[in-house]
Design a binder for this molecule. Sequence first.
Ligand code: UDP
Ligand code: MG
Length: 309
Amino acid sequence: MELLSVIVPSYNEEENIEDFYEELMKNTAFFQSRELDVEVIYIDDGSKDRTVEKVKELAGKDKRVHLVSFSRNFGKEAAIYAGLQKAKGDYAVLMDCDLQDPPALLPEMFRYIDEGYDSVATRRVTRKGEPPIRSFFARMFYRIMNKISKTEIVDGARDYRLMSRQVVDSILAMAEYNRFTKGIFGWVGYETKWLEYENIERKKGETKWSFWKLFLYSLDGITAFSTVPLAIASFMGVLFCVLAFLMIAFVIVRKLIFGDPTSGWPSLVCIILLCSGVQLFCVGIVGQYLSKTYMEVKKRPIYLVKEEI
Ligand code: UDP
Ligand code: MG
């Protein structure tokens, strides 16, 4: 018998814990025919509702259900990392609690694993049911990201992914504090099969990602997997130096040959404003990387566990 670890990050998902479990167990016949034992690891990411109680109820009924409860909300990335650390399976699969990642896809995923793929990933081909500006910014993010990063980050990729033990261990070896899982998956490589499906809307409850949270997350992604913005800062510095030299030459030549008095403070003010603006912008970019380095150097734990079953 091989073991499959199902990792479910859950943050305020009291309505979904049981539904998810039932939906997953609809695969029981498949698990038996594939000779798979299953463990379900719910990671409670500091929920403020009855998520923990719901998981405990389930764990009381079914020994295969485990709970890892964080001391506060550490974010989905931390939950994924904790889940992968706790997983004992020969395979691990990451799934959202809200049934946007259909467990019914598991038999198909295992077909590809048995064909020899190391991991099977999913991407949604539509963004149906999402606000248009959100889709617009998401598309822009992926376009920019893939231009400036060597790591491939797939548009519409979900975190729903089935992995072999080898892939799990590789991901765990990346113990960085600023975790951007979509980039980490691309970075570790391995033979990956992509499955596509239409976006499924959340069954119950609300999305935990506000626009602002997503925006900050995208900045994390950029700084974690690209240093191109730093190069842009240097490039702008050089560009403006060259411009300044040309302007100095122009002013001197005009004075010497035509005797024009150097006049016009408005133009000066404009130049000073522009240059100091660019400088601040570039210092800001450097600051972004510095702050990430700072957090990384502190070596704080990625998550803290309050309770475990
Ligand atoms: N989640 C989490 N911690 C967070 C935010 C979300 O563990 O800080 C979990 C959440 O419970 C869900 C999954 O991550 O199982 C995806 O969240 P959500 O459905 O809100 O995101 P969306 O599908 O809208 O991108
Ligand atoms: Mg969701």
